[in-house]
Design a protein around this ligand. Sequence first.
Ligand code: AMP
Length: 112
Amino acid sequence: MTIFEKIARREIPANIVWEDDEVIAFHDVDPKAPVHVLVVPKRVIPRVAESMPADQALLGKLLLTTRHVAEKLDLLESGYRVVINNGPDAGESVPHLHVHVLGKRRLSWPPG
Ligand code: AMP
């Protein structure tokens, strides 16, 4: 079981900001910005490169959920970044698809 599945099952504590039947969103334990939330599908897809056509609705749901998170945490006006790390060069560390939502500071581009 992945660490994010354990969070969804309440086996590991997390500061949850959004949840429904399909997704859960919670604050990152090691934040890289004043707001750093992870949006995670409850059904495990290891990474976006392994998603399938049958995952299309769930992938869309993840992006729509970032909008709910941004609204709830007052990011809509200041802006925010949505990030998916896929594989070693991107720094992926948890093999359970998750979308980072980063905000409340000016983020540089391109990323390091
Ligand atoms: P990534 O590097 O894209 O795979 O992102 C994984 C993220 O999960 C990192 O930003 C970690 O800080 C975060 N993380 C790992 N364990 C936990 C946890 N128990 N609760 C919240 N965030 C976590």
